[in-house]
Design a protein around this ligand. Structure first.
Ligand code: SAH
Length: 350
C-alpha cells in the first residue's frame, strides 16, 4: 500500500507540497480538499501534474464508501473499502441534537469477546489515523457537510476494533479530527469505547484529550467476565474501576459503562445487585443494551421486559442507567454482519 495522505496534519501537507516543488498555498489547498472528503484526484484546485506526483506516493483515498443502507428511522449503515481491499463498517445515527457516527479503528479485532461479530476472524490489521479520519470525512461529505457546516457532529469509536489496542494511531486520529483547522469535532463530542485495557486507559487520561471514556463491562464478576471476554483474564474489574477513577481525576469527565444483556448469563438480580455494590456513588452512567444476536455465538438477547426490570433494579440501587434503544434494526442485524456478508459473497455488493 502507498502512503495514506489523510494521516498528515495541515503543516505536514504544506511541507509535502514544498518538498514536491509546489508553493505553500498548494499544500493548504490539498489539506482543504482532503478535509472536504475528496480524493486526491478530485481536488480541482490542484494541477494535474501535482496530483500525479502525489499519486505516485499516496493512495487516492483511504476509505471509500462502497455500500450505503438507509433505515426507515434515518440510521445509515456503510461499508468502506480501504486501499488494500479490506472492508470495514460504519453507522450514522441521526438524533435531534446532531448526527453520531460510529467508526472502526481496526480491521477485525483480537479481543475475542464471545458475543461480538467483529472478532470472529481475529485481527487483520490496525487502521492508520488517516484511515479512521477518512471514514468521518467521507460520511460528512456524503451527507452534504463541509468542515464549517458539519453533518457529523458526534463520534463513537465503537465500530470494529479495540481502540486502545491501536493506541498511537487512535490518539493521533483524535488529535487530527479535533484540530481547529480540520473538521474540528470537539473531544467532548467523542466517545472512546474499550473492552478494558487498564494501562492504556490510564495513558489516555494523560493525553490532555477530554474524550468520553466508555468501558464495556458486561459482567461485574471476574470469573464470569472471563468466560465472555478473554481480556478480563488480564485485568480485573477492580483494576478497571481504578483506571476509571484515575481518568475522572485527570479529566473531570464522567465515564460510562456499557452493559449488554445476554439471556441467562449476566441479566439476573444477582448481577444487578453486584453492579450496584461496585458502582454506587461513582461519577458514572450505565448504558444497558440488549444483545444483538450473532448467529455464530449461540448467545441470545434478554427480553425487553427483563431488560426493563434489570434497569429498575439498578435505579433502585441508586445508579443512573438507561436502556439504549436499538436503531436501524431493519437494515442489518448485529454489528459486524455487513462486513461478514461482504466477505462471504463480495460480488453481491457493488
Ligand atoms: N472494542 C471496543 C469498541 C467496539 S464494540 C469495546 O469493546 O468497547 C462497541 C460496543 O458494542 C461494546 O460495548 C461491545 O461490547 C458491544 N457489542 C459488541 N457486540 C455486541 C452485540 N452483539 N450486541 C450488543 N453489543 C455488542
Amino acid at each position: 500500500m502507498k502512503g495514506i495522505i489523510q494521516d498528515l496534519t495541515k503543516t505536514q501537507c504544506i511541507a509535502l507540497a514544498e518538498r514536491l516543488g509546489e508553493k505553500k498555498f498548494r499544500g493548504m489547498q490539498l489539506y482543504e480538499g482532503l478535509i472536504a472528503g475528496k480524493k486526491i484526484s478530485e481536488i480541482s484546485t490542484l494541477s494535474a501534474a501535482f496530483k500525479q506526483t502525489l499519486l505516485a506516493e499516496y493512495e487516492d483515498t483511504a476509505a471509500e464508501i462502497v455500500e450505503r443502507l438507509v433505515s426507515s428511522d434515518g440510521t445509515e449503515k456503510y461499508l468502506f473499502r480501504l486501499a488494500d481491499g479490506n472492508v470495514i463498517e460504519g453507522v450514522l445515527m441521526k438524533y435531534k441534537y446532531g448526527n453520531t457516527q460510529c467508526v472502526s479503528t481496526q480491521v477485525g479485532c483480537r479481543m475475542g469477546c464471545k458475543f461480538c461479530a467483529s472478532t470472529i476472524g481475529g485481527l487483520v490489521r490496525n487502521l492508520t489515523r488517516g484511515e479512521i479520519l477518512s471514514q468521518v470525512l467521507a460520511v460528512n461529505r456524503l451527507q452534504g457537510g463541509t468542515a464549517k457546516d458539519r453533518k457529523v457532529t458526534n463520534l463513537v469509536l465503537m465500530g470494529s476494533g479495540e481502540p486502545l489496542d491501536n493506541y498511537e494511531e487512535v490518539v493521533g486520529f483524535l488529535r487530527l479530527v479535533s484540530a481547529e483547522e480540520g473538521i474540528c469535532i470537539s473531544p467532548r463530542n467523542i466517545s472512546l469505547s474499550t473492552s478494558g485495557l487498564a494501562p492504556q486507559m490510564r495513558a489516555l487520561a494523560e493525553e490532555g484529550l477530554s474524550v468520553n471514556l466508555t468501558v464495556s463491562l458486561h459482567e461485574p464478576f471476574d470469573s464470569e467476565r472471563q468466560e465472555i471476554m478473554p481480556v478480563a483474564k488480564a485485568y480485573t474489574v477492580q483494576e478497571l474501576l481504578s483506571a476509571c477513577s484515575y481518568y475522572f481525576e485527570k479529566t473531570g469527565r464522567r465515564y460510562i459503562f456499557e452493559y449488554t444483556l445476554i439471556k441467562g448469563r449476566n441479566d439476573s438480580a444477582r448481577h444487578a445487585s453486584e453492579l450496584v455494590r461496585l458502582l454506587r456513588g461513582r461519577p458514572c452512567l450505565v448504558n444497558v443494551i440488549r444483545l444483538n444476536e450473532v448467529k455464530e455465538s449461540g448467545l441470545s438477547a434478554t427480553t425487553e421486559r427483563d431488560a426493563r426490570a434489570f434497569i429498575t433494579l439498578l435505579e433502585q440501587g441508586g445508579l443512573t442507567a438507561t436502556l439504549r434503544r436499538s436503531v436501524g434494526s431493519d437494515i442489518e442485524g448485529a454489528c459486524g454482519q455487513l462486513r461478514r456478508k461482504y466477505m462471504e459473497t463480495p460480488q453481491t455488493l457493488n
